[in-house]
Write a protein that binds this ligand. Structure first.
Ligand code: BGC
Length: 354
């Protein structure tokens, strides 16, 4: 069957290839892949800087943002059900993985579909463990392809609340830095939770991303026109900050965007070898005297997947036209290059129209 594969460690090795059929052994649910979202991690694997092939193989099937359709009744699912599937699988020898939280794996020996030691979903038919499936309500339809990135945001926000909630706290204002898929989905989830949200990116006001931000009632800030420091002066600091630009300097700067008891969550990745600057008194005085926290978050727990799917469905009800505009490009598998180049909020690969 056809699949999108890459050779981890080798730049520009991504190609459509014929791969062996998925093994439909007992205990697996056959799923027809409908649509696969593309993200920065796929681009990094494609550029040869990330990813690990399964043991004994040199190629990896890409794709970790699945929207699929169950192909056969069984294990509590019916043929035709829309589903997605978790990405990370337990290492089986740590406390967190034993507790069903591989997103908090203590060893790093986990595997991840389409990223690390496990083939991904960008293939015509996928065989999956039913315990890893997450149902997508029919009302959400093709927008279910946003479940995986939304689960990353849901985890970050859940952890920010848990950290902030270690002391009396009543978060009102949130700042999201970055207006890609993670920034935009965080914006929508924070708005659903009732926060007053500012979303900042380098795009000028009037850009389609700015319109998408405004469509859910958040404030758009073009950092070209109003740098983050000026925004802080004007608004007065934030309770929750989500960093989703993947820029280590901006990550360091989040500390100065917080107000008392504020929590900043870093979701982007910046692997560049560099030194970043941190304002001395912001770290040495404000962080302590104002109980501020900056933390990183990766992957998602099953509870975050469930929260993400329900959040997406509520967002669709509340801002239907807006959510539809998240996916700016749907390309067939053989035009994966266009999807990888796409600079809108989200591009997907369509494996089956139905
Ligand atoms: C995925 C996560 C994964 C992370 C690190 C991200 O793109 O969304 O599920 O844990 O990459 O591999």
């Amino acid at each position: 069957m056809l699949a999108l594969v890459a050779q981890p460690g080798v730049a520009h090795s991504t190609r459509v290839a014929d791969v062996p059929d998925a093994k439909l052994v007992e205990g697996r649910v056959p799923i027809r892949a409908l649509e696969i979202g593309v993200c920065g991690t796929d681009r990094e694997i494609s550029e040869g800087v990330f990813g690990v092939a399964p043991d004994g193989e040199d190629t990896l099937v890409l794709g970790h943002e699945l929207l699929g359709m169950v192909d056969r009744d069984g294990y509590g699912f019916s043929r035709g059900d829309l589903v997605t599937a978790t990405v990370r699988r337990a290492c089986s020898h740590c406390l967190a993985c034993h507790a069903g939280a591989p997103d908090s794996c203590l060893t790093g020996d986990y595997s991840e579909r389409g990223i690390t030691r496990l083939d991904g979903f960008a293939r015509e038919l996928v065989a999956e463990d039913p315990a890893q499936l997450v149902a997508i309500p029919p009302s959400l339809g093709r927008l279910g392809v946003l479940a995986e990135p939304a689960s990353i945001c849901a985890r970050g926000i859940r952890h920010a609340r848990a950290i902030g909630g270690r002391q009396p706290w009543d978060p009102e204002r949130a700042l999201v830095i970055g207006a890609g898929a993670i920034g935009m989905l965080s914006t929508y989830l924070l708005r659903l939770a009732g926060h007053d949200v500012w979303t900042a990116s380098r795009d000028p006001a009037g850009d389609p991303r700015a319109e998408l931000v405004a469509a859910c009632g958040a404030h758009y800030v073009s950092t070209v026109e109003q740098p983050l420091a000026a925004l802080r002066e004007e608004v007065g600091g934030f309770d929750i900050v989500i960093e989703a630009t993947g820029n280590a300097q901006v990550m360091a700067d989040t500390l100065s965007m917080l107000r008392r008891n504020g929590v900043a969550c870093l979701l982007g990745i910046d692997p560049r070898q560099q030194t970043v600057e941190l304002d001395g008194p912001v770290l040495g005085v404000d962080t302590i005297l104002e109980n501020r926290v900056v933390f990183g978050s990766v992957n998602a727990h099953r509870q975050d997947w469930l929260a993400a799917v329900s959040g997406l469905d509520r967002a669709r009800e509340r801002w239907p036209a807006a959510l539809e505009r998240f996916v700016g490009l749907r390309a067939p598998l053989d035009r994966f290059g266009e999807a990888f180049e796409h600079r809108g909020v989200k591009a997907t690969l369509v494996l089956s129209a139905q």
